[in-house]
Design a protein. Sequence first.
Lengths: 358, 349
Amino acid sequence: MQTKQHSILLSLALLAALILSACTAAAPAAAPTAVPQATAAPTSSVKIGLVTDVGRVNDRSFNQSAWEGVVQAATALGLQEGDGYKYIETQDSKDYADNIQQFIDADFNVIVTVGFALGEATIAAAKANPEIYFIGVDQFQGETLPNLTGLVFYEDRSGFLAGALAAQLSKTGTIASVLGTDLVPPVVAFGQGFELGAKYINPNIQVISTYHPGEISQAFTDPEWGAATAKQALDQGADVIFGAGGITGNGALQEVATAPGAGTDVFCIGVDTDQWETLPAAHPCLVSSAMKLITPAVVELINTYSADSKMTAGNYFGGAGLAPFHDFDAKIPQEVKDKLKEIATALESGSLATGYGQ
Amino acid sequence: MMQRTLRITSYVAILLVLLFVLMTLLVNLTPLGENRWLRIFFSVSALNFTLRASVPLILGALCGILCERTGIVNIGIEGMMLAGAFAAFVAKTSTNDWPLTASLIFGVLVALLVGGLMGLLHATFAIRYRMDQIISGTVLIILAGGISAYLFDRDAVAQGKFGAIAIPGLSQIPVLGEVLFTNPPLTYLALLLVVVIHVGLFSTRWGLRSRACGEHPRAADTVGINVNRLRYMNTVLGGMLAGLAGGFLVLEAVGQFQEGMTAGRGFIALAAMIFGNWMPFGAMSAALLFGYTQALQNELLLAGVTSVPRQFVSMIPYLVTIIAVCGFVGRVRPPAAEGQVYEQESGSE
């Protein structure tokens, strides 16, 4: 009898375990939303759905940046969360197509998919549903579809700026990058840009870099590999480390932050977002981040669509650049800042090419 | 016969290690180090990486050995590790205002406690409720992944982590001192535990009884050993070791927690345990080998060697595993009663 009671308790515990693991999706994204002004804004027929890459919507990285863009655009349109705009968190890479289909079945007409890995599923869905507008963040489009925008960035440019900064900070003449995986083109662009930028400042600088050996699903979620690899690079005399690879890269930044001489002799540079905001543990060494500005680009694309029903076909290039220096602002010499500004302007105007992909 | 093969393998291993040490000394102290390839294989940075990458694998494998030697299959090492890591992080962040050492030690203790509780859960499922042990292990992995992701507060920052302690005297030895005797405390502890568990398993009453439970529980029961109590105890101890591996990741290696940060180390530890033939020193060697191949991959990339495609470099650990397991197959033998529920014969029969 007692055993039976225990069995029931046990089953409940297991059930709770399953529910809890499923619950990771339930946490609402704490994006800075204003209270939606349902009455003030014009009623719109736009319904925006966002499918994240594997991970959570408040990951302080891609998913969150894209979602913040959706929230901003939707709030301006007076949409209600749940009804007018919502997200689905992907739990497993096998679910990409199903998650997109859920939005299609629920009559959403703008679907944002976040991440390179969703590229194929997005293209397939866009071909099957020509009346729905798709935005694929980080998905370069080789073939132009009328209802699909590939939101891409000049990662090589922000990597180039990061490399230029690193080369000017380095005293040992060796800098390093700890990268996610070369299976994802934007990561390669960041890495190559970093090297080219460093060589642009100092042709003799030694740039050492390494990619995570695992497959895509592991390459961005292994902070200890990033940390140990950063240590390996420090052991080899590198004094500025560029960590580009999600949580793996974060591990590298955290390692540098706790290394002897952090912030005086050794520095680190983050990636994607302004990591000063997203990774407080890296503050001791974080001079800047090579950013891609996802949020404003998503807002821009959604606004273009809702205002004129115009679907931007092909690729749309969002902004890219260096994040502010924050606490290191006073420690970075003015001539370094001037040089970076000069390079950024030249890259923008086209008078300077990074040399990536040539 | 078995004994003799074992002895020969040990001699070969020791010889290889000595050769390796000699090469390392030569490369780092003589002009031999100017050779790029030798530097890739024997540089200090590669050896530091190797040891560091092996520690969680060693602890995880020891956890597996303790459980499986008494007859409980444990594929949930990954979950126990993750739970330990998360517990250590929570403990560390909530005691940030304590003195650093106290706070870190508190973190280690909490990691041990939570790891032990995970072990207890596994043992309860496996022994009391006679659940399939593979399923129970899977449940632990899902449970730890779900709860830690759900409760993880991204704004929390753990301040400080274990720093390296140089052992006086020994750390002055060139090269070896830097690699072996200038490490943070949990690394020393992991290496020490290998010896302790080896001696415990093969030279104490507890070890003999544990192994009896894993090989032939009925025989053990007949001579009056409480099989299930011993299985409970060893699974809890094993859980504590896996928890310690998680604590290592948070308190000594990365310094912070991230979701899913164990990244498959529990499974690689399992492979190290099998590869090491359920022996502590064997598992340690396997873990070091896995760590070394990882280090080698990085060294090659960092040295800018592009003549070998990166994908081939990534294959090294798996190739080594396959070759090694093939070479040793037939010798590797799991405990006989592994995974079998034992019904104690109290009273009847």
